[in-house]
Design a protein around this ligand. Structure first.
Ligand code: ACO
Length: 357
């Protein structure tokens, strides 16, 4: 069986830097509160009219494709991960296909929030391994700045998120002699999980088709009760800010610090590795406190865990490819290094990918 390699990687973040102090214009918050709880100093916000989730994905893809030494017309499949699509439907994959004048290839959208990129990479890996495709573009992109409550009411969520995009081109590693050997370059294994028991803990309920069905079942006091929820979209929904993401932060923290280490160890164990074999862990940039907790739990050194949430905030599906790209550009990833990507997020879903660079 073939093994997939990352043949090109790219990232794009908007020019507009928004500091914690800038957010004080809209809400009651402080630089101290945000840095202490999340580690975030600043984030990027897209140009309101000229940039979308897809256009940022296009910019990251152009770089990844160029670095892979191919053209957009060589791409034979697109997988686009986002929770902030340009349209409710169709997905961003087809918009990217159109914008980059690609052939009429398949385009798949992945809706796995913070785990979206690792899920997308895993799907791409299977297509490469079976020989179905030779150049798959995997994109993670978000324009969160358009969908957050920037009033004081939404501050526990809105201060965390930022905009950006990352992309990779996946190709078969034709040079692999022994695909079962974990010393050959490429994706060694991927591990995907979900547990919907607490789907509403980190969710955006509206607009949607739930018609309050899950409210009855979950009995969540603040979950979209009343007339607002039994329509796809309503004035009441907007008046009650039900069109914004909801998060029970402490509950997310509790599960995240359990599932991140679990899925990293799962990837290492599956291939006979130990934490000391890891050159770099690239966790989804959820919150610096979560990454630090994971680092301590796995007894990893500072140089084994990559963090750039300080500059970009949490960019959900884009955070791992942005971090991977930046780590590689900074020379922190070299040929032969063992890299672990790990994600946890809404759903809950969690996932890891072990790569030999
Ligand atoms: N600025 C100032 N005060 C704030 C802000 C803010 N931006 N947000 C909330 N507060 C206030 C609250 O109103 C509350 O005040 P009160 O005590 O007077 O009622 C107080 O701070 C504490 O609020 P909590 O929501 O309990 O805040 P907490 O200490 O839990 O910190 C945080 C919130 C940072 C989200 C934390 O719960 C956390 O780290 N959770 C992990 C979840 C996470 O990081 N999610 C990221 C996205 S999901 C993902 O990527 C997996």
């Amino acid at each position: 069986m073939l093994r997939s390699i990352i043949a090109g990687i790219g990232m794009y973040v908007p020019e507009n830097i928004v500091t914690n102090n800038d957010l004080k214009k809209y809400m009651d918050t402080s630089d101290e509160w945000i840095q202490e709880r999340t580690g975030i100093k600043e984030r990027r916000f897209a140009d309101r009219t000229n940039e979308t989730t897809t256009t940022m994905g296009v910019e990251a893809s152009k770089i990844a494709i160029k670095r892979a030494g191919i053209t957009p017309q060589d791409i034979d499949f697109i997988i686009f991960a986002t929770l902030s699509p340009d349209y409710y439907f169709p997905g961003c994959g087809v918009l990217l296909q159109r914008a980059m004048q690609m052939n009429c290839i398949g385009a798949l959208d992945v809706r796995n929030q913070c785990s979206g990129f690792v899920y997308a990479l895993s799907v791409a890996d299977q297509f490469i391994k079976t020989g179905m495709y030779k150049n798959i573009l995997v994109v993670g992109a978000e324009k969160h700045s358009f969908g957050l409550d920037f009033s004081t009411r939404g501050r526990n969520v809105s201060v965390i998120f930022g905009d950006g995009a990352g992309a990779v081109v996946l190709q078969p590693n034709e040079a692999v002699h022994d695909p079962s050997s974990n010393s050959e370059s490429g994706i060694v294994s991927t591990h995907l999980h979900s547990d919907g028991a607490n789907a509403e803990i980190l969710a955006m309920y509206n607009p949607g088709t739930h018609a309050n069905h899950w409210v009855k079942e979950k009995k969540l006091a603040d979950f979209n009760e009343g007339e607002a929820g039994d329509m796809f979209m309503s004035h009441a929904m907007i008046d009650n800010a039900q069109n914004f993401p909801n998060m029970d932060g402490p509950a997310v923290f509790k599960v995240a610090v359990e599932k991140f280490p679990e899925v990293i160890i799962e990837a290492l164990n599956a291939n006979g590795f130990q934490t000391s074999d890891l050159k770099l862990l690239i966790p989804h940039q959820a919150n610096l406190r979560i990454s630090q907790f994971v680092q301590r739990k796995l007894r990893l050194r500072d140089d084994q865990v990559y963090s750039n949430i300080q500059k970009y905030g949490n960019t959900t599906a884009a955070s791992i490819p942005i971090a991977l790209c930046e780590a590689w550009e900074e020379g922190k990833i070299k040929e032969g290094d063992l890299i672990c990507l790990a994600a946890f997020g809404s759903g809950f879903t969690w996932a890891s990918a072990l790569l030999r660079w």
